[in-house]
Design a protein around this ligand. Sequence first.
Ligand code: NAP
Length: 249
Amino acid sequence: MAVISRTDGASRVRKPLRGGVALVTGGSRGIGRAIAYRLAMLGAAVSICGRDRAALEESARGLARIGRPVHTQIADVTKGADITDLIANTEAALGPITILVNNAGIGLFGPAHEKTEADWDRVLDTNLKSVFLLSRAVAPSMIRRGSGDIVNISSLAGKNAFAGGGIYCASKWGVVGLSGCLAEDLREHGIRVSVICPGSVATEFSGRGPKDSSKALSPEDVAHAVEAILTQGPRGFLSEIHLRPLRKP
Ligand SMILES: NC(=O)c1ccc[n+]([C@@H]2O[C@H](COP(=O)([O-])OP(=O)(O)OC[C@H]3O[C@@H](n4cnc5c(N)ncnc54)[C@H](OP(=O)(O)O)[C@@H]3O)[C@@H](O)[C@H]2O)c1
């Protein structure tokens, strides 16, 4: 949790996350990459994961240019063993994780009654089970330290129903519910669990870009919301942010 006291020097104010270690899942492109870059610019050491090595390495090059310590790892967030390795290797390379951003996610659209059990498992495991697994993995050491931030990227699809959204909405609705309950479990330990629900963002998300990308949110808009959560005052708790494009795409 970033704390900026009145007596902090200007450099601390410019780098409020200095000393922090952030793990951003799905940091290999899109929203996760923008969040990873933003957190590094704010002073955090950053670990990113994904399954596509080339995309991950491109993100790593960008992070290296920012000049903060970086760890990258091929990891599938649906797999408990990958997550165990990811946490262990991140902490060995950078130190205890103080910020977890559960961003990795996939979309799958179309009527739920036409989808398979495997479709359901793939989306729910990636978008929801991973949030449980990763949060569970970092919580004990955050509890020991009495501080930490967990930021979960849900969606306005986690608040609103629409035709063809069945499985995706179920996963993102689940992320909102899980986030709220984790927040209640962990707030007495000084840990904030927040959820961001963005509307359409201009990325290559599951091959389905927004109808009008000039009006959609940018990945940096989501990174800005993450920054707002991580730089709020020590007694505040921005628990849920609905981030809409100003003009409807
Ligand atoms: N774009 C939108 O309009 C929008 C709106 C609201 C919310 N969101 C949410 O924002 C998050 C990021 O979306 P995006 O738009 O940036 O999509 P994206 O460009 O497709 O990026 C998705 C990221 O998640 C990673 N990922 C997917 N499955 C993974 C797995 N099993 N293990 C590890 N990493 C995995 C991908 O890396 P690999 O493919 O290399 O594994 C990639 O880095 C998602 O949770 C999405 O639901 C997006």
